[in-house]
Design a protein around this ligand. Structure first.
Ligand SMILES: Nc1nc2c([nH]c(=O)n2[C@H]2C[C@H](O)[C@@H](COP(=O)(O)OP(=O)(O)OP(=O)(O)O)O2)c(=O)[nH]1
Length: 148
């Protein structure tokens, strides 16, 4: 996917959208949802832990790094969940992967204001960031299939 913008020389430049990765951490038929603490417009809304992929970094490496930074956990990254979600008029794209906790690690909300483990039936009990809607929809059958 590419977006166009007009550069300083007045010509259209093409640039790849910024990739944002999110981890749908699954355990016991539940997924970990994390409440953003900032910025104010989205504070309290839920998301998947993650963030921007840095230049030269793989999506999996970015997820492993973000989960360590935000939750102090080690994770194994699994398959994609849902589709690519275009955000910010195509300037960025959200990609979510399943993940599982390793070595008995327990997430701690180092950067989020709250965390909740949600079952399929509880997915709609929090307000997700708008871009996450198609991912949450794709997660529902996955959670139902893995409910213990
Ligand atoms: N991590 C994450 N970000 C999401 C989700 N849904 C969604 O719209 N976003 C948006 C919110 C932010 O605008 C952007 C992620 O940016 P961020 O600020 O969290 O990224 P980052 O951790 O790399 O932060 P920074 O280093 O730039 O401060 O993507 C989601 O489920 N998870």
């Amino acid at each position: 996917m590419r977006t166009e913008r007009v550069g300083g020389n007045g010509q259209a430049e093409r640039r790849e959208p910024r990739v944002i990765v999110g981890a749908a951490i699954l355990a016991g038929g539940r997924v970990l949802a994390c409440a953003r603490s900032a910025p104010p417009e989205v504070a309290g809304m839920y998301e998947f832990p993650g963030g921007k992929v840095e230049p030269g970094e793989s999506e999996v490496a970015a997820l492993v790094r973000e989960c360590a930074e935000e939750l102090a956990v080690r994770v194994e990254i699994g398959e994609r969940v849902g589709r690519d979600v275009r955000m910010a008029h195509g300037r960025s794209v959200l990609k979510v992967y399943t993940a599982r906790l390793l070595h008995g690690d327990e997430p701690r909300a180092l950067e989020h204001s709250a965390m909740r483990w949600l079952s399929a039936a509880e997915l709609d009990t929090v307000t997700w960031l708008p871009a996450d809607a198609p991912i949450v929809a794709a997660l529902r059958p996955l959670l139902l299939a893995t409910t213990p």
